[in-house]
Design a protein around this ligand. Structure first.
Ligand SMILES: NC(=O)c1ccc[n+]([C@@H]2O[C@H](COP(=O)([O-])OP(=O)(O)OC[C@H]3O[C@@H](n4cnc5c(N)ncnc54)[C@H](O)[C@@H]3O)[C@@H](O)[C@H]2O)c1
Length: 439
């Protein structure tokens, strides 16, 4: 219930430019969705910043404003979009190709989307093996490519008269790789850029460019990007907020809803088998074992962190957890995820739970993109820098300070997010103790 000083937050005036490396299904569903919302053609369902409220003070105070009225956020009308992709399709063509949104809706926002043409991408086929395209930068060094991305950003900002920028990686999942010496310090990283170090991934070049320009950065995919000392130091130096990784949408979202409930009731779990069919381009990229390994790492870590087998060995020590993603083109973006969960109760008696989630990947991801860019922009205007752990709510593999385990329980994450907003505005934090009602 500690009240803190009201942080001074610069107003959200002017336009906010959203820059997206990767103009595929998620990015274009987001852009088209915002254009539709601007025209009153749909509601931003799934977005906490647009539909969510926040309780302030006591339950008896009846103060529950919308989050968007409580903290100064940019509105959908203030957003403008840009991006990079290895394919030349503009946002309308890319959205049509992704086949997430209905052609009738897309045709109503066509003029705005057609104007968003992808800038030439920084691409390396060693990092995404299943796709290749013509719209790529051909500079000799990675350093020159990073400079070119910064140039793109400046040109975009000028052309769109954007007051501020935020960048969010919505590109394909890059292959699994571990931090190397070149990632340890900014000096080593910059030397690596000049010498074309093979350990520097394209996503890291966009992140570097954003941070160098003082632009907040989020990673929607599971690949190693700005979660390395070199780029985290740069974020702190430039006083830029960052967050990641890997949007928490379909099956993993369900896991982080269910697993805390099982643990709260001290019910055991012997096995959790998850499998998916997915037919979009993301599914095609994830069909490559290197890209799937990156995804598998983030998907598997969630249950371990929530169930804490080290604290509850009788319940979770022997948990067998597997995750499969199968590329199945007929389904497109309309993924189906099945979970079989073998749980046990009183005296070890077994029970089973089955989930069959017929979801739409990009429909679930688009509102997360919106919330993330708006909250990152807010954090930036509030002078917050480095990893924004309060945005863990949106991620499968939340970034944390070194040595700190991430919080995966979606309800704890939401409480943390809302308490951070209260703290920003100097409101009492809500602990749910509630003794005052009975004094
Ligand atoms: N949709 C979800 O629910 C969800 C959840 C978690 C994570 N993600 C991740 O978000 C990302 C985007 O998903 P999607 O469904 O839009 O995939 P997508 O395949 O439709 O789009 C990715 C786009 O990135 C482009 N790309 C690849 N490398 C690039 C580079 N170096 N520079 C610029 N563009 C590049 C591709 O050409 C493609 O157009 C993926 O990494 C996916 O794993 C999605």
């Amino acid at each position: 219930m500690s009240r803190t000083a009201n942080r001074s937050i610069a107003p959200a005036k002017g336009k906010l430019g959203i820059l997206m490396p990767g103009m595929g299904a998620v990015a274009t569903t987001f852009m088209a969705g915002i254009e539709a919302v601007k025209k009153g053609l749909g509601e931003p369902v799934g977005s906490l910043t647009q539909l969510g409220t926040i309780r302030l003070g006591k339950r008896t105070d009846n103060r529950t404003p919308y989050i968007r009225d409580f903290v100064p956020l940019a509105t959908p009308n203030q957003l403008v979009f840009g991006g990079w992709d290895i394919f030349e399709d503009n946002a309308y063509e890319a959205a049509a190709h992704a086949r997430v949104l209905q052609p009738e809706l897309l045709s109503k926002v066509k003029p705005a989307l057609q104007k968003i043409k992808p800038m030439k991408a920084v691409f390396d086929k060693n990092y995404v093996k299943r796709i290749d395209g013509p719209n790529v930068k051909t500079h000799k060094t990675l350093a020159a490519k990073a400079e070119a991305v910064m140039e793109d950003m400046k040109n975009f900002q000028k052309a769109n008269k954007a007051d501020r920028l935020a960048m969010i990686w919505c590109g394909s999942t890059e292959v699994f790789h571990k931090p190397a010496a070149v990632h340890q310090t900014l000096a080593a990283f910059e030397k690596g850029l000049a010498k074309n170090a093979p350990e520097i991934a394209p996503s890291q070049i966009y992140a570097y460019a954003a941070l160098k320009m003082g632009v907040p950065f989020a990673n929607g995919a599971p690949n190693l990007t700005h979660d390395i000392p070199a780029l985290l130091d740069l974020a702190r130096d430039r006083e830029v907020p960052v967050c990641g990784k890997d949007f928490k949408t379909g099956q993993t979202f369900m896991k982080t809803l269910l697993a805390p409930g099982l643990k709260a009731r001290m019910l055991g779990c012997k096995g959790w088998y998850s499998t998916n069919i997915l037919g979009n381009r993301d599914g095609e990229v994830l069909d490559d074992p290197g890209s799937f390994k990156t995804k598998e790492e983030t998907k598997l870590s969630v249950l371990d962190q929530i169930l804490q087998p080290n604290l509850y060995p009788q319940l979770y020590k022997d948990l067998y957890h597997t995750v499969r993603i199968n590329y199945y083109p007929p389904r497109g973006d309309e993924k189906e995820g099945w979970d079989n969960i073998d749980i046990f109760g009183w005296l070890g008696y077994p029970m089973q739970i089955k989930i069959d989630f017929l979801c739409r990947d990009s429909i679930l991801a688009a509102p997360l993109v919106l919330d993330l860019v708006l909250f990152l922009d807010l954090a930036h205007r509030a002078g917050m820098k480095g990893i924004q752990e309060w945005l863990s709510f949106y991620f499968k593999a939340p970034m944390t300070a070194p040595g700190l385990y991430p919080e995966h329980d979606v309800f704890i994450q939401l409480m943390k997010l809302k308490n951070t907003l209260r703290w920003m505005r100097g409101e009492d934090l809500i602990t749910h103790l509630g003794l005052e009602y009975y004094d």
